[in-house]
Each structure stands twice: as structure tokens, then as C-alpha cells.
Write a protein that binds this ligand. Structure first.
Ligand SMILES: Cc1cc2nc3c(=O)[nH]c(=O)nc-3n(C[C@H](O)[C@H](O)[C@H](O)COP(=O)(O)OP(=O)(O)OC[C@H]3O[C@@H](n4cnc5c(N)ncnc54)[C@H](O)[C@@H]3O)c2cc1C
Length: 243
């Protein structure tokens, strides 16, 4: 039998990734009582390290540009492409197309970056609970009225709120439970990735450049220089194809 919480919230958010933590911070700024439920213990690993210039604006809205500039994040000014025949393009410098501080972005370790977003949400008043998995949406007629959760110690709890936001990302909470997933054959890809230390990187302004290398039809590598002498390297490919 689930426990029913007596705490009251305006909004429940499933997942403390970038989407959940950002939504929580902004709702809390507006005086809403926000509960974020994250199944993992933070900080947790995630893939997705190379920001793009337009990330600047939501991060500015969250008040985090100074924190990013002061943090241990590799600065990224450009992206460079390698053709299938090995020919390397000129770097695409964002500043040549966009005269704005956003033309410099960052390569981030997601443990640190996501934690920064969660700390920001907590500082603004959001209640972020770790190790709590949402297992079910509670329904009244056709309306979601809250969620059922399981904690690390197997406690089951029902929590109610007028609004629930699904920010479960790759966890696909609502998508899988409602059969909403529609696969696009053109985007049916797999990715395999790892990290190297001490790998080559260009000097100066090019140090943090993302390189995208096309290796065969629609298959490509990423090469993302990060801080602490680490490089993230991955391949994106169609299942069953040979790179
Ligand atoms: C191979 C690969 C490479 C990528 N590279 C890049 C990149 O270079 N740059 C870039 O910008 N993006 C990249 N992305 C995309 C990026 O990872 C996502 O856009 C980003 O993580 C989405 O954030 P999110 O908050 O929506 O979801 P997520 O980061 O997936 O966070 C969701 C959170 O919800 C939690 N959760 C899930 N289910 C539940 C549940 N039932 N109960 C409680 N908690 C739950 C999870 O533990 C997680 O912490 C890449 C993605 C992949 C797959």
C-alpha cells in the first residue's frame, strides 16, 4: 500500500537532467512549489557534452553564464568537418557569423554541468529528491493528478500535484507508457563512445573545437576535447552498417 504524502506542490517534475532542472529553477523563481524526482543519485554520468552557441540564452535566463565562465569547462569557438576522403574543412568559427558572447560556448562534463543546474534549482527553492523513481502517473479520469514513486529503500509513495512535467529524457517515461514512440527510419542510429586522455588537440582558439568526421554514408565520428586532458570520441552509425 503506497504512503500518501501530505506535502503539497504546484508542479512535479520527473527527472533532474537539464530539462527538469531548468524548468524547476524557473518555476521556483516564479514562486511555485516544485518537486523534482530523480531516480539516480547525483551527480550522475550522462552523454551529451558539446554545447552549441544558442545554449547561451537559456543559460543566461537561468543566471548561469558567470558560473560557466568561472568553472572548469573547455571553451568551444568552432566546429570543423572532415570529409569521407579525409579532407578537413576550415574551422567554422561562430564569431565570424555571430557578434555576441554566445559565439563562445562550452564542452561540458555532464556530471558537473547537470549538477550546476540542479544546484541552481535548489538555490531557487525547488525540492530535488534523488534516488526516487517515478513508476506510474496517477490518473483521475483522463487527467494526470500526480505520480507513484519507489525510493531506494523500496518505499512506495503517491504524490499529488495539479501539474506533472515529464522531463525523463532518454528514460521516456510518458512515451513508453502511452505507446507514443514513433521511429523515424532515417534517424534509426546507434552510437558507441568512449574517452581518451592525452589525445591530440589543436592549440589556441581551436583547442576546444568539435570535429565531426564523416567516415562513410551517413556514419560519422565526433571528437570533443574536454577539460582535464580528456577527449570524448564516439561513432554514430546505422545498425548493422560498416563504418
Ligand atoms: C550519443 C549521444 C550524444 C549526444 N551528444 C550531444 C552533444 O554533443 N550535445 C548536446 O547538446 N546534446 C547531445 N546529446 C543529447 C543530450 O544528451 C540530450 O539532449 C540531453 O541529455 C537531454 O536532457 P534531458 O534533461 O531532456 O534528459 P536527460 O539528460 O536524459 O535527463 C533525464 C533525467 O531523468 C531521469 N529519469 C528518467 N526516468 C525517470 C523516472 N522514471 N523517474 C525519475 N527520474 C527519471 C534520468 O535519470 C535523468 O537524470 C546526445 C545524445 C546522445 C544519445
Amino acid at each position: 500500500m503506497p504512503n500518501a504524502t501530505t506535502d503539497t506542490y504546484d508542479v512535479i517534475i520527473i527527472g533532474a537532467g537539464p530539462a527538469g532542472a531548468s524548468a524547476a529553477a524557473i518555476l521556483a523563481e516564479h514562486g511555485k512549489r516544485v518537486l523534482v524526482l530523480e531516480k539516480e543519485t547525483l551527480p550522475r554520468y550522462a552523454i551529451g557534452e558539446s554545447l552549441i552557441p544558442y545554449c547561451y540564452f537559456p543559460l543566461e535566463r537561468l543566471g548561469l553564464i558567470d558560473t560557466l565562465n568561472a568553472g572548469n569547462y573547455q571553451r568551444k569557438h568552432s566546429v570543423q568537418f572532415v570529409r569521407r576522403d579525409g579532407k578537413v574543412s576550415q574551422p567554422f568559427y561562430f564569431s565570424e557569423h555571430f557578434d555576441h558572447p554566445a559565439a563562445q560556448t562550452w564542452q561540458v562534463s555532464r556530471e558537473t554541468f547537470d549538477m550546476m543546474l540542479v544546484d541552481n534549482a535548489r538555490a531557487k527553492g525547488a525540492d530535488v529528491r534523488e534516488g526516487v523513481k517515478v513508476t506510474q502517473a496517477l490518473m483521475h479520469e483522463d487527467k494526470v493528478i500526480g505520480v507513484r514513486t519507489t525510493s531506494a529503500d523500496d518505499t512506495i509513495q503517491d504524490i499529488h500535484a495539479p501539474i506533472t512535467i515529464d522531463a525523463s529524457g532518454r528514460g521516456m517515461f510518458a512515451i513508453t507508457r502511452n505507446g507514443w514512440r514513433v521511429q523515424d527510419p532515417a534517424l534509426k542510429k546507434i552510437a558507441i563512445w568512449t574517452y581518451y586522455e592525452g589525445a591530440m588537440r589543436d592549440p589556441g582558439i581551436d583547442e576546444g573545437a568539435t570535429t565531426v568526421a564523416h567516415v562513410s554514408d551517413k556514419n560519422w565520428f565526433w571528437y570533443i576535447p574536454m577539460t582535464n586532458n580528456r577527449v570524448s570520441v564516439g561513432i554514430v552509425s546505422r545498425p548493422g552498417s560498416v563504418a
